[in-house]
Design a protein around this ligand. Structure first.
Ligand SMILES: CC(C)(COP(=O)(O)OP(=O)(O)OC[C@H]1O[C@@H](n2cnc3c(N)ncnc32)[C@H](O)[C@@H]1OP(=O)(O)O)[C@@H](O)C(=O)NCCC(=O)NCCS
Length: 174
């Protein structure tokens, strides 16, 4: 069974194991450049938890995917960057979509208006995932800068709530 939950400093060993388990290609896509074991260890040891929000996807006790949101400028809610990765054996099962969707919801509820990411131009799965979420992509042919706008809670369409109320009325709950 899959569980997505927020990660804290106590989850660093699991995060490290997940990231070290990525293939060399996936490491390059995730870190937008070559990532040695020592770079990954340094990354995990220096996460700025005060400016970060991490969500992890667990399959049993194993961390099989993670997304890191970083408020690069705490004064600006539109300056939030994310990086995302999923274990090679677990790719293509919807985990990336679930993690990004959950991160979007969490960020939106904190007043964030857009999420940004960077990936190499050959990272087709990431670009397709972002487009699926309504994202925009800009590329110079080498690197892609992606943006996903987050609708404010007040801009959520009314029909997202109304049917549920109607259901409650019909079922006699209210
Ligand atoms: C990008 C990544 C996180 C996607 O995770 P995932 O769990 O495989 O994604 P999902 O199964 O939710 O699929 C999401 C979408 O990606 C696209 N996608 C998935 N696998 C793909 C593939 N092999 N080729 C092209 N597109 C693909 C599809 O559009 C898919 O949506 P759909 O199935 O509804 O069409 C994963 O491939 C990964 O960890 N890559 C290496 C690290 C990386 O690239 N990180 C991004 C840098 S920010």
């Amino acid at each position: 069974m899959r569980l997505i939950r927020r990660l804290g400093p106590g989850d660093v060993p699991a995060l490290l194991a997940h990231l070290l388990g990525l293939s060399q290609i996936d490491r390059r896509l995730r870190f937008c450049g070559a990532a040695s074991d020592s770079l990954i260890r340094h990354y995990c040891a220096t996460i700025d938890w005060g400016r970060s929000l991490l969500l992890g996807c667990f399959s049993g006790r194993n961390l099989v995917g993670a997304i890191h949101l970083l408020w690069s400028d705490p004064a600006r809610s539109d300056a939030v960057e994310f990086t995302l990765s999923v274990d090679r054996q677990e790719k293509g099962k919807g985990i990336g979509t679930e993690l990004l969707q959950r991160a979007m919801n969490t960020a939106r509820s904190r007043g964030v208006s857009r999420l940004n990411f960077v990936c190499p131009a050959e990272d087709e799965p990431m670009q397709r995932l972002a487009l699926k979420m309504g994202g925009r992509l800009l590329t110079d042919g080498v690197q892609v800068d992606g943006t996903i706008e987050l609708a404010r809670p007040t801009e959520m369409p009314a029909f997202a709530v109304a049917p549920a109320k109607e259901e409650l009325r019909r079922s006699g709950t209210r």
